[in-house]
Each structure stands twice: as structure tokens, then as C-alpha cells.
Design a protein around this ligand. Structure first.
Ligand code: NAD
Length: 496
């Protein structure tokens, strides 16, 4: 059986721990790998080495750091198919979805290639007589990232390329359920021209995350995962007076106006609610049918009856299995509770069998009607191919429901009316908003952060402001002398 290695000081090696978890195939329950819960001494070693690597790396030229990212994006592109297969096998999503997962991460690496522009500071001349101010963006030091199971490629790539190109060192703690994609991405990164300790990969669970959170040499954290764990990590990191951002849970609503294009609505809902088995933080899990648009509900259900989950390499599979038996059992319990609470299971995907993989964590498409907003099935993030359907009288009622939900990650409206879409864009209290787009994930040059219970922190993933000043510019390159240059040099600050 494969044992997952650690990456410390540029070397892939086994941990000395005796405590392991296992990563299981969601298709067969076969053990794919043993994952170490690393020792404190190993986490300390990783932090110290990362800190030393940062001290060297922060002084490398920005062009060198940019070239590393150019090299890395070439390697990811070259290995796309291989990475997608590793990802599909351990996570279960279809090969097409896995390629999308890697490609969304690859786009962040491409974005990191514009580091010289991204890292530009600001200047103002004459803030007082003969006095100018300029600002630099300087790295923080060692940063750490803790990532979830659902995007094993994209989410690690959200984090370490941007941190490293800015001059930081990075410690990645991938999800113990899907560590192999992250390890392969790390192997490819280490083929680039980087110092040995600039990226380290450690493994484990809560105990190891606590070691990272409390380590004095680690200055900032990015977390993506479930709300409870995110709240814990954010609180512990900030109690340690560190910087932290946590991108967490979601309950994303799609509003269907009566004037929306029928076929587009149905296709969008099928893909956005069931795609990737609903295990996406931007999946649509609630459909709000406004007025007459409720006539589309039977058509939606007919379309959903025609799709089926399947293995990652089955070209007819609409999506894959859930990640674990525990995840499946949790969803089955939520469905039972929904029925007990009075919701109506309009489409029941429980008990679906896929002949070749009888032990897979399968759940067919499920749709709940007669939903009330106090119900657990409405309030909780389900993270599965389960859609809740509500009928509302107008757009304002839809907005009230969305804005009162605990989460505010993504939302969408389908309409042909400019005034409905404009009103929605202005009034909805959600981070990512789509108009006739069901899953509005922005490209890396826009920020990606939820509102309310979907995001903790004020360090936005990338908080670029869209303000352009049309001016002439003058660039001044100022050389200063290092201490060792000073011997024998007479400084004349008055002239030349
Ligand atoms: P999770 O919170 O269980 O695990 C995420 C990471 O935290 C893993 O690396 C895990 O080892 C670690 N962890 C787990 N328990 C911990 C604890 N008690 N203390 C410290 N660390 C701990 O999340 P998951 O199930 O892997 O991922 C699914 C969740 O991620 C969903 O809620 C989903 O909405 C969310 N998610 C959010 C976004 C976003 O951008 N908002 C993106 C993807 C996923």
C-alpha cells in the first residue's frame, strides 16, 4: 500500500510518525494510500526551513520569481491529463470535471506570471514640500494553507503560487482524503528553479493544523473548508495575532424569473445542482421559482431523471460518487429529517445502484419541494446532489430569502429583464453573483470571497480595485548602496 510522503527541504520522504489515516477510493472503498499524521518535530522542522528559504527568496529578483511561474504553468499544462487522472481516482469526479479542477488552478499560476505588475506599489509626489511617498508590497514570511477534499488541484493552486511569487515561503496541508494530487503538483513545482524549502507539504488532521496555527514562524493562513472548522481556524489564528482568511460553506440560490429562457434554466439547474455530485462550494442547492416560472419544475424533474452518476472514466456519468461513506450517511440522514419535517421528496435518488461499482458512495439526483426556510434541509449545507425548490411570488421575496440565509457565497438570477437583473445585482448580499450564469466563479484577477457565514477575515483572496487613473507616468529607478559597498565610497547627497 502506498504511503504518502512529506515534502521537507526539497526532499520527498516518509514521516517518522506511527499514526496514519487512510485515503479510500470513493468507487470501491479500496485503500489508496496511508496518510501520515506528522510529528510536532517534523512540523517545526518544516517551519524553520521555510523561514530560512523565505529569507533567501524574498531577495530574488521579481523576474526570476515570475520565470518560475512561467516554468510551472508549462509543467502543469504538459501534465494535465496525468494530474486529472490522479485527481479523479482519489476524489471520484469525472475526468472532464477533474480537468476543469486543474485548469482553474492553472489559471491562477498564469495570473501569478503577471507578478511584476501585481506587486507594484503606489507613489505620490509632493505630499509636502520636497517630500515624496512610495509604497512597496513586501512578503509576510512563511504562510500556510489548509485545503479541502472537493477541489484537490484548484485550491492548493489558489494559494501557494501567489504566495511564493510575492516572495513568501509556503507550507501546504492538503486534505487527508485526497493528498495525491497535491503531492504531484508539489513534485512538478520542485522541478522549477526554486530554493529547496520554499514549498513544503505536511500532512495530518486537527492536531497538525494546531501545530501550524501556533507556530511563531508562520505569519498568515489561508483555509478553505467547512464552516465549523473555518471558524475554529480563523479564531485560533487571529487569537495568535496572525493574519487569516477562511473561505467556508455555502447555500447558493438560483432565482428563476417568469421571463427566463426555459431551456437555459433547466440545463443550468441540472449542471449546477448535480455537477461534481453537488460537492462544490458554488453548487446551486436552492432554486427559487418566481410566479409562473414554477411550471418548469416538472420539466426539470424529467430532465434529472435522465441523468446518472458513474465512474470517473464512464463517458455517460453525469457526476461521480460522494467522497466517503460517512458523507453519504450524513446526507441520507438529512434527507430523512427533511421528510420528517414535512418537505416533499419530488425525486428520490437514494438506493441507486451502479453495477460495476456496488461499493461506491452513490446518490442519484434528489429534489425536495414544499420547503420552508426554517427546515434543516434548507438551512444546512448538504454538499450532495440534492436540490431544494421553493416557489415565491416576486423578486423581492426571493431577495429576502437569500439575504436572510446564513451563507452568502454564490447566487444567480435567470431573466431577460435588465431591470430585474440590475435590482438583483444591487440588492443581493452575496459575494459572487451570476446573471443567466448558474455558477459565477470569477477568474483569478477578481476577488473570490463569500459574504456572511461563507467567509471569515478581511484579507480578500485577491482584492483588486477596479480604479484606473489616466495619467502620464514617470519611473524612477533608485539605487542604494549596501553596507558592504560603503568602504572607500564618499557619499555626496547634494549633487549628481
Ligand atoms: P473540512 O473542514 O472537513 O476540511 C478542510 C481541511 O481542514 C482539511 O485539510 C482537514 O484536514 C482540516 N480539518 C478538518 N477538521 C479540522 C479541525 N477540527 N481542526 C483543524 N483542521 C481540520 O472540509 P471538507 O469537507 O474537506 O470540504 C468541504 C467544505 O469546504 C464545504 O463546507 C465547502 O463549502 C467548503 N468549501 C468552500 C469553498 C469556498 O471557496 N468558500 C471552496 C471549496 C470548499
Amino acid at each position: 500500500m502506498k504511503t504518502i510522503q512529506t515534502l521537507i527541504n526539497g526532499a520527498f520522504r516518509e514521516s517518522k510518525t506511527t499514526h496514519f489515516t487512510t485515503s479510500l477510493s470513493p468507487l470501491t472503498q479500496e485503500v489508496l494510500a496511508k496518510v501520515p499524521c506528522m510529528l510536532k518535530s517534523e512540523i517545526d522542522e518544516a517551519a524553520t526551513i521555510a523561514h530560512n528559504a523565505y529569507l533567501e527568496w524574498k531577495n530574488t529578483s521579481i523576474m526570476h520569481r515570475t520565470r518560475v511561474m512561467l516554468e510551472y504553468q508549462g509543467l502543469i499544462k504538459k501534465h494535465l491529463n496525468e494530474l486529472a487522472e490522479i485527481l479523479s481516482i482519489e476524489q471520484g469526479k469525472t475526468i472532464d470535471d477533474a480537468k476543469g479542477d486543474i485548469t482553474r488552478g492553472y489559471e491562477v499560476v498564469e495570473f501569478a506570471c503577471s507578478a511584476p505588475t501585481l506587486l507594484m506599489g503606489e507613489t505620490v509626489e509632493n505630499i509636502s514640500r520636497a517630500m515624496n511617498t512610495f509604497s512597496y508590497r513586501q512578503p509576510l514570511g512563511v504562510c500556510a494553507g489548509i485545503t479541502p477534499f472537493n477541489f484537490p488541484g484548484m485550491i492548493p493552486l489558489w494559494m501557494f503560487p501567489l504566495a511564493i511569487v510575492a516572495g513568501n515561503a509556503f507550507i501546504l496541508k492538503p486534505s487527508e482524503m485526497v493528498p495525491q494530487t497535491a503531492m504531484r503538483l508539489a513534485e512538478l513545482f520542485m522541478q522549477c528553479d526554486v530554493p529547496k524549502g520554499i514549498l513544503q507539504v505536511v500532512h495530518g488532521q486537527k492536531e497538525q493544523v494546531d501545530m501550524l496555527l501556533d507556530h511563531p514562524l508562520i505569519k498568515a493562513y489561508s483555509f478553505v473548508g467547512s464552516p465549523k472548522v473555518g471558524a475554529y481556524i480563523y479564531s485560533r489564528a487571529t487569537a495568535n495575532l496572525k493574519r487569516a482568511q477562511a473561505l467556508v460553506g455555502a447555500k447558493n440560490h438560483m432565482v428563476i424569473m417568469p421571463d427566463a429562457h426555459e431551456e437555459q434554466v433547466i440545463n443550468a439547474l441540472v449542471g449546477a445542482s448535480m455537477g461534481a455530485a453537488g460537492q462544490r462550494c458554488m453548487a446551486i442547492s436552492v432554486a427559487l421559482f418566481v410566479g409562473d416560472s414554477k411550471k418548469l419544475i416538472p420539466k426539470l424533474i424529467d430532465k434529472l431523471k435522465a441523468i446518472k452518476p458513474g465512474a470517473y472514466n464512464d463517458p455517460n456519468a453525469a457526476y461521480g460518487p460522494l467522497i466517503t461513506k460517512a458523507a453519504l450517511n450524513r446526507v441520507l440522514e438529512l434527507i430523512e429529517n427533511g421528510i420528517k419535517e414535512g418537505a416533499e421528496l419530488l425525486l428520490d435518488g437514494r438506493g441507486i445502484e451502479i453495477k460495476e461499482y456496488p461499493n461506491g458512495n452513490w446518490l442519484g439526483p434528489c429534489v425536495f419541494g414544499n420547503i420552508k426556510t426554517h427546515m434543516e434541509i434548507y438551512k444546512k449545507e448538504i454538499f450532495a446532489p440534492v436540490l431544494c425548490v421553493l416557489e415565491v411570488k416576486d423578486l423581492n421575496e426571493a431577495l429576502e430569502i437569500i439575504n436572510n440565509n446564513e451563507f452568502g457565497n454564490g447566487t444567480s438570477i435567470f431573466t431577460n429583464s435588465l431591470s430585474s437583473s440590475s435590482h438583483f445585482i444591487k440588492e443581493v448580499a452575496v459575494g459572487q453573483v451570476g446573471v443567466n450564469i448558474p455558477i459565477p466563479v470569477p477568474l483569478p484577477f477578481f476577488s473570490f470571497t463569500g459574504w456572511r457565514g461563507s467567509f471569515y477575515g478581511d484579507l480578500h483572496a485577491y482584492g483588486k480595485q477596479a480604479i484606473i487613473f489616466y495619467t502620464e507616468t514617470k519611473t524612477i529607478t533608485q539605487k542604494y548602496f549596501l553596507q558592504e559597498d560603503k568602504d572607500g565610497v564618499v557619499f555626496n547627497f547634494q549633487g549628481n
